[in-house]
Write a protein that binds this ligand. Structure first.
Ligand SMILES: [Zn+2]
Length: 285
């Protein structure tokens, strides 16, 4: 379903939306160094942005489904008036805007290996939206430090976990138990939206983290401990190794169903990863 224009305009400027439509209608081309659109991108972007609101309605109507939205283009780098990093519209922020307009509290969990700079900007000063991102740092797009915590009306609603190169599942399990779950329990979201990139996988060619597919299943399972029933919506973001994405999506879905692989990988993360977790714990107190 194509996104409602009013919902889209709650997140993106009208001038950007209109310029993107014209750009695609004229055949498209490069929007920045790594973001390209073609004529069909316009319709694809409208449908990607509309998928979240569509599934919100299904779930609110009592649907008992695992909502995994394999949408393209992805969204978490898209800014209010700028396409960026393969992203045209910020799909997860559009869904969050719809939900907060209805009075819901929304947590966005972003486990893509890149920081979701667009999402962070779009929810920066909104106390009704919690944004938690674990990502490689320093790395594209260079944002996402611990000290980025939200605007004056929403201090502490941005929680960045900037992991060094080489971080693996052992540190993600620590982070889930010591940062992610406590923050989610304290915020008490009505909905959890997941920006699920799978480019932190060890096989991914674009990044340098070392997750295995079962690590995603374990994070997904953890989210079910804090989300109300049928209130998790998962959006596909990045991921550039097809076999790794396939296995990781499968484990994610098994995690939501409580049928994930509970194996613990080896302890191999650099000590810096655990220092990040300890610093975060202190700053959250
Ligand atoms: Zn990514």
């Amino acid at each position: 379903m194509r996104v409602d224009p009013d919902v889209l305009e709650a997140v993106h400027t009208r001038s950007y939306i209109e310029a993107l439509e014209r750009f695609c209608a004229s055949g498209g081309g490069p929007l920045d160094a790594d973001t390209v659109a073609v004529e069909a991108s316009w319709d694809a972007a409208l449908r990607a942005a509309g998928a979240g609101p569509q599934v919100v309605r299904m779930l609110e109507d009592g649907g008992d489904v695992t909502a995994f939205l394999a949408v393209r283009p992805p969204g978490h780098h898209a800014r209010a008036a700028q396409a960026m990093g393969f992203c045209l519209f910020n799909n997860v922020a559009v869904t969050a805007a719809l939900l907060t307009a209805e009075g819901s509290r929304v947590a966005i969990v972003d486990w893509d290996v890149h920081h979701g700079n667009g999402t962070q900007e779009l929810v920066w000063n909104n106390p009704e939206v919690l944004y938690v991102s674990a990502h490689q740092h320093p790395f594209y797009p260079m944002t996402g430090g611990i000290d980025e915590r939200g605007g004056p009306a929403a201090d502490g609603t941005i929680v960045n976990v900037p992991f060094p190169s080489g971080t693996a599942g052992d540190a993600y399990r620590e982070m889930t138990g010591r940062v992610l779950l406590p923050v989610l329990r304290s915020f008490q979201p009505d909905w959890i939206l997941v920006s699920a990139g799978f480019d932190a996988h060890a096989d991914d060619p674009l990044a340098d983290l070392r997750l295995e597919s079962q690590d995603y299943g374990q994070m997904a399972a953890a989210l079910t401990e804090v989300a109300p029933p049928n209130r998790i919506i998962t959006f596909l973001e990045g991921g550039y190794h097809l076999a790794a994405i396939t296995a990781s999506v499968s484990e994610t879905l098994r995690g939501y169903a409580g049928r994930h692989d509970r194996g613990q990988g080896p302890a191999v993360s650099p000590v810096g990863a655990f220092e990040v977790i300890s610093r975060l714990e202190r700053s959250l107190r």
